[in-house]
Design a protein around this ligand. Structure first.
Ligand code: ZN
Ligand code: ZN
Length: 879
């Protein structure tokens, strides 16, 4: 009973940011959900079903990039309800997900923690920002300090934060408004807003302050409409209803609106700014620390002692609860006397609740505010004390430190760490002190096997097996400081030192890199590999290398799975590099940044050169697996110094472009940087005629100007040496575009995006060199493919043949096929040369025939892995 532990799910690497799981037998609480954490979770031994709470330390992509994916995974794993807690800005962040994150089966309650500094109210005992039978969680907002201001003074104004870790200077930037009450998403929307919203010319963008917050809340209620769906079986409906009621707190409040009672297209209007008149400076938003206090454990009831004292029946329960009881007993002489029994007479001493602290300290400028919180507040000070008496009542088993650059080396921070009891463990997650090991080791293992087939086409993913700086090299840290490596498990109750989680799955790749070796191929695979290699070499010797236009264009699939990532495949993303001209990224699902880093390396001539060359990101449609990695890429690019030499054109739907504008309110996406992001509406580039938007547009939005988009597209084509870039409406469940790219040198590429077979693509993409076509389903699954508005591999091949494409690259494979898709196209002749896309492959267009020749050996390699990806969720629900 009451046993709990904390495990490190992911670390600070190129694939993920740190995520902690607080585990009780009956419930799980997640701390931070960066991009890639959902994929890491699916591959771990941890179950998703018991998820109860999600706590984020900052409202931004680094800490929340995986939130939409995680919420949908939870909903599809039948999690009934989840609480999300975060700092000011969380509600806005969640509302920006409204056009692609929705589930009617899960209740989501979002809470923004108070923004006032703990030290501003030193006397007050804080109230928890979250409380249930397992945990009481207290939030500690941290702001960066400004020169000349003593943050230790009680202050009601959060201080301003610099963008970088350089010494802070005073700034004239605006600060976010203080919201000192806890803001919850599930309370009813104000009647005045409902009245306003019914007006014909209502525009939510104009809302400010509390009304704006109400609007964000309403958006969240639209995404997760609060009530489990009615069950068909009447015997279970009662239970479902009771559960639904129990989840709505407080119970006497009217239920929130099930359907918006006003114009539904307002959902598609741009969100209100974070602060009226120009938005909030993203750099002034706080990060949150969390103190997690577990349940206190009552002492053991001594039955023998109780009997001796004459304690009977319900009095035992009262004593266990800590009450003193008085009752009558025989005095031994025929009379009665009163007897009073105190709990300690028959109940053992209760155990003080254990606690852990989770801190997110992005820059050294945040240290003063952290110190102030732990010195000025008597409540928090008790947890940071060497006094044994305090420790008895307020034991703190561990502190998890998420540290930005320079924090851990800062003398003030060391002093802060050393202020805790010597018994407290310090687990540190920081990019500078963490080896950049590969997180998704199965996919890397596959690549390492294929590497032995063709080292150029299947390069090894890039990793760093030792940290830039070792934690042990830092002097003055507490004795119990250690890195928070993934799979570090810490039992909090019963108390134990941190250990390596024995249930963690085996690392299938990093040990090979560390040993400088490659995984061995089995005899049969080695034979096959030798045979196809010989055949390819023979053909190369036979034919003089004739070159065709576009031969040197390189296709790098970064994610070749559909809907949800698996061990083998990440979600959509394909990079096209045109030597001498730049590159184009076709879609970018969650984790695409990490895939780019693994593919090219975190070096100036690696991923950063790719960023400098990147001139176009094309977004096909608003399904999460195709665009959720966009923010991270734009943010990383926006940080580049010097900035890239040319602008980055982002071609997308209105909802994509609005999403960028809304995200920019929270963090810099590079919209106004030199050579920053230029937005192009994909509807303006339609192969037949520009497609207008109707009722969804509620105001005159500058980014919706089709003529301007067209002009920008011309500039983009000049930059890339293209003769045309046209979008093609394809047949998916929502508005979705494929694209046809034709180059001045005479080659062309068509990308299908997600679609059923469509003649539009055949006509618009006629005679291209390469068709990249989705192939979600196997040939036997035509009905399912139609239902989900996808294609089978056989249908994709048919489209390629009718289009007269020279090459066909199949991609976007359903998660039910973790390995090779089933054999297709046997007996087919006269059509395109077919290849199958793998994450990290690097395919010169002129080498497509080689990829085709390798297929039998690849099939053999894959067969050895089997299909052991257990997927917890019902994948048929996903697109
Ligand atoms: Zn898709
Ligand atoms: Zn889709």
């Amino acid at each position: 009973m009451s046993a709990w532990n904390v495990s490190v799910l992911t670390g600070a690497t190129s694939d993920t940011e740190p995520t902690l799981l607080v585990n009780f037998g009956t419930a799980k609480y997640i701390f931070n959900a960066s991009e890639g954490m959902g994929r890491a979770w699916l591959q771990s031994h941890h179950s998703i079903r018991k998820t109860k709470g999600l706590f984020v330390t900052a409202a931004g992509t680094h800490r929340c990039g995986g939130v939409p994916g995680l919420l949908m995974l939870c909903a599809d794993a039948a999690v009934p309800a989840i609480d999300i807690v975060g700092p000011y800005g969380l509600m806005h962040y969640l509302a920006t997900m409204r056009s692609y994150t929705y589930r009617s089966t899960m209740v989501v309650k979002a809470v923004e923690a108070p923004t006032a500094l703990v030290s501003a109210q030193p006397a007050a005992s804080p109230s928890p920002v979250f409380k249930d039978e397992n945990l009481s969680v207290y939030s500690i907002p941290l702001y960066p300090s400004v020169d000349g201001v003593d943050i230790g003074e009680p202050s009601t104004r959060p201080l301003k934060r610099k963008r970088s870790a350089s010494p802070p200077t005073a700034s004239k930037r605006s600060t976010p408004p203080l919201i000192d009450r806890t803001v919850e998403s599930t309370s009813p929307v104000s009647p005045t807003l409902s009245v306003q919203a019914r007006r014909e010319n209502f525009n939510p963008t104009s809302l400010t302050g509390a009304d704006a917050q109400e609007w964000r809340k309403l958006m969240l209620q639209e995404m997760f409409p609060m009530q489990p769906p009615p069950k068909a079986d009447p015997s279970t409906s009662k239970g479902a209803k009771r559960r639904a009621n129990a989840l709505q707190e407080p119970a006497d409040e009217p239920p929130p609106p099930q359907n918006m009672t006003f114009a539904p297209d307002r959902k598609y209007a741009r969100l209100p700014g974070l602060v009226a008149g120009g938005g909030v400076d993203p750099a002034t938003l706080p990060t949150l620390g969390y103190l997690c206090v577990g349940p206190s454990v009552r002492g053991k009831f001594d039955v023998k002692k109780a009997e001796e004292l004459g304690v009977r029946g319900p009095m035992r329960g009262r004593l266990t609860k800590g009450e003193t009881v008085t009752f009558e007993v025989d005095d031994g002489q025929g009379g009665k006397i009163q007897r009073t029994v105190r709990p300690e007479e028959c109940v053992g001493p209760s155990e003080a609740p254990q606690a852990v602290l989770i801190l997110d300290v992005p820059t050294p400028a945040h240290i003063p505010s952290l110190l102030a919180s732990f010195t000025d507040s008597p409540f928090f000070a008790k947890y940071r004390s060497k006094d044994e008496n305090f420790r008895k009542e307020h034991p703190l088993h561990a502190v998890y430190h998420l540290c930005g650059e320079g924090v851990l080396e800062d003398e003030r921070y060391k002093k802060f760490m050393n202020g805790f009891s010597d018994e407290t463990h310090h687990l540190i997650s920081s990019r500078e002190h963490t080896a950049d090991k590969i997180t998704f080791t199965r996919s890397a293992l596959v690549q390492a096997k294929l590497h032995q087939l063709d080292a150029e086409m299947f390069p090894l993913p890039k990793s760093k097996q030792s940290p830039p700086r070792d934690i042990t090299s830092i002097t003055g840290l507490p004795a119990k400081a250690a890195p928070a490596e993934p799979n570090t498990l810490l039992h909090v109750r019963p108390v134990r030192p941190p250990v390596q989680d024995e249930l963690a799955r085996e690392d299938e790749f990093n040990p090979f890199v560390a040993a400088g070796s490659l995984p061995e191929l089995s005899d049969s695979v080695r034979e096959k590999v030798a045979a196809v290699k010989a055949a390819v070499a023979e053909r190369m010797g036979r034919n003089s290398p004739a070159t065709a236009p576009g031969d040197d264009v390189v296709i790098t699939p970064l994610g070749t799975g559909s809907a949800v990532p698996t061990k083998m495949r990440n979600v959509s993303g394909t990079l096209i590099q045109i030597p001498g001209h730049g590159s184009i990224l076709l879609d970018c699902g969650e984790g695409t940044w990490g895939q780019l880093v693994r593919s090219f390396g975190d070096e100036p001539d690696g991923v950063w050169q790719v960023m400098r060359d990147l001139k176009c990101i094309f977004l096909s449609h608003m399904h999460g697996d195709h665009h959720m990695g966009l923010s991270k890429i734009l943010m990383m690019r926006a940080k580049m110094d010097p900035p890239p030499p040319e602008p980055l054109y982002v071609v997308g739907l209105r909802s994509h472009l609005m999403y960028i504008l809304e995200r920019q309110e929270l963090e810099d996406h590079g919209l106004s940087n030199p050579n920053g992001v230029v937005m192009i509406l994909s509807d303006a580039l339609n192969w037949r005629f520009p497609r207008p938007y109707g009722r969804n547009q509620v105001e005159d939005e500058p980014f919706m100007n089709q003529d301007r988009s067209y002009e920008h597209a011309k500039a983009m084509c000049r930059a890339l040496g293209l003769s045309s870039f046209t979008t093609v409406d394809v047949a998916h469940r929502i508005r979705c575009y494929g694209v046809v790219i034709r180059h001045n040198d005479g080659w062309g590429i068509t990308f299908s995006a997600d679609t059923m077979p469509t003649d539009n693509l055949v006509k618009a993409g006629r005679d291209v060199t390469l068709l990249i076509h989705e192939s979600s389903m196997s040939p036997e699954e035509e009905d399912l493919a139609r239902e989900k508005a996808h294609s089978t591999s056989a249908q994709a091949i048919d489209i390629g043949r009718r289009m007269r494409a020279k090459y066909l690259l199949l991609t976007h494979f359903s998660a039910r096929y973790p390995g090779m898709p089933p054999r297709q196209g046997d007996g087919f002749s006269g059509g395109p040369i077919i290849g199958i896309a793998f994450d990290f492959a690097r395919i010169r267009m002129g080498d497509m025939w080689k990829l085709n020749a390798y297929l039998p050996a690849i099939q053999h390699t894959f067969n050895e892995f089997g299909e052991d990806d257990e997927v917890e969720i019902d994948l048929t629900k996903l697109q």
